[in-house]
Design a binder for this molecule. Structure first.
Ligand SMILES: Cc1cc2nc3c(=O)[nH]c(=O)nc-3n(C[C@H](O)[C@H](O)[C@H](O)COP(=O)(O)OP(=O)(O)OC[C@H]3O[C@@H](n4cnc5c(N)ncnc54)[C@H](O)[C@@H]3O)c2cc1C
Length: 386
């Protein structure tokens, strides 16, 4: 195993590999990434739905999305590897006055930021998306540049490009300690189950496990794990492609085309935080019933696979991208609250800027600082969470 690194990244999900690529392409010295799993992207990244969208309620999330969508659109040109990215849009169905008002405000923000989103009436939805049961639907928003991409293509693309640029990526290595100097205020390396590595800087990209890993350096980061579930079906072609990612925010139901069938997701908001990743059959039944209620044609689809993974959630549903003060040389990029895949390109870019230039230049990420949870600032939560 490597003995030293200029910059060491812990965690090989989509966020860690994106950071490795962005640092390596700037020739940031010896960049080493350690992942405890046998393969990269086996945790939240590999269990996610692949949704990519800009329809968020806060400016920083929209900016992270737009910067990332632009990069997904020219992925192959930039990285030299293919990406399955279908820009079939996201359709948000609005079924309450509160949601409608909140999306009216979102819509103004989106226009200001240059998005070409559409506001649809109930009858527009019926005409364009006849598979939707319109019961309770008061309106909808649609943004064509949204869609879904393959998490494996994204992870492997960044990992291969990072290696090509000189980064070293090691799997099956668990970080068990973070070493500080004698003042306890500067990071000097990490301990692992396979020896020690000296490092000038350490970046935590450890997703749902970030609170535990940051605690190794005596820093608290409020990121909690929440179980989230997905069901996919056998071949299903009763709805014509391209059908967009269809979201019913009031129930958190979302569906999209997946490998010739359908992917159905829904968030159990009663779920307490835990690292439990077993599939809850009872909630799975509720997911299917809700899906058939909103999209009756799904009665003809047969469930094929089901699994659970973890959301890495912060109290305001925004990531934390920051230095982990008071420890110099320690950084974090985690807590995407269920939106990390779609933000991976921008997150890797701004983290590389923070580490190498002392400040993110591409996007203002001051909203994402760790101290927002303790400095008394009142910041709006992200409301469009599914
Ligand atoms: C069911 C579900 C659906 C989702 N749908 C979407 C979606 O549609 N769109 C979207 O953008 N996002 C979605 N997400 C969220 C998305 O998956 C995450 O936000 C994203 O994958 C976070 O990436 P990450 O690299 O931070 O975390 P992870 O992919 O979890 O990677 C963190 C890595 O750190 C490693 N690690 C932890 N501790 C250590 C240690 N001590 N030493 C070494 N390695 C360590 C872990 O093994 C893991 O591989 C979904 C998530 C779930 C569960």
């Amino acid at each position: 195993m490597e003995k030293s690194a200029d910059i060491l990244i812990v965690g090989g999900g989509c966020i860690g590999v994106s950071i490795a690529y962005h640092l390596a392409r700037r020739k940031a010295g010896r960049v080493v990434l350690l992942e405890r799993g046998e393969f990269l992207g086996q945790e939240s990244t590999g269990k996610c739905a692949g949704g990519i969208r800009a329809q968020f309620s806060t400016e920083v999330n929209v900016r992270l999305s737009l910067a990332s969508i632009e990069r997904f659109e020219r992925w192959e040109e930039e990285l030299g590897f293919p990406l399955q990215f279908r820009q079939w849009g996201y359709l948000f169905l609005l079924t309450t006055d509160e949601l409608e008002q909140s999306f009216r405000r979102n819509f103004e923000l989106w226009k200001r930021l240059g998005m070409k989103a559409e506001w649809l009436t109930t009858s527009d939805v019926g005409k364009r998306f006849p598979y939707v049961n319109l019961e309770g639907v008061q309106g909808a928003t649609f943004h064509q540049r949204d869609g879904f991409g393959d998490p494996n293509d994204i992870t492997q693309g960044y990992a291969k490009a990072a290696r090509r640029e000189g980064a070293v990526i090691e799997t099956e290595v668990t970080v068990t300690g973070i070493d500080l100097d004698s003042t306890g205020r500067r990071v000097v390396g990490v301990r692992t189950d396979n020896g020690e590595i000296a490092a000038g800087s350490v970046i935590l990209a450890t997703g749902a496990w970030s609170r535990t890993v940051a605690a190794l350096a005596n820093v608290d980061v409020p990121i909690e794990p929440f179980r989230r579930q997905i069901i996919t079906t056998d071949k299903f072609d009763l709805i014509k492609d391209p059908w967009p990612m269809t979201v019913d925010l009031s129930t958190t139901l979302y569906c999209h085309r997946e490998s010739g069938g359908v992917l159905i997701g829904m968030s159990n908001e009663e779920e307490p935080p835990s690292f439990n990743q077993t599939f809850d059959e009872e909630y799975g039944e509720k997911m299917l019933m809700t899906a058939m209620g909103r999209i009756p044609l799904l009665e003809h689809a047969s469930p094929r696979a089901k699994w659970a993974g973890l959301y890495e959630t912060t109290p305001d549903h925004h990531p934390i991208i920051d230095k982990l003060e008071p420890v110099t040389g320690l950084f974090i990029c985690a807590g995407f609250s269920g939106h990390g895949l779609m933000h991976a390109p921008a997150a890797g870019l701004v983290t590389s800027e923070l580490v190498l230039d002392g400040k993110a230049r591409s996007i203002d990420i001051s909203r994402l600082r760790l101290s927002r949870f303790s400095d008394g600032t009142e910041l709006a939560d992200e409301r469009n969470v599914i």
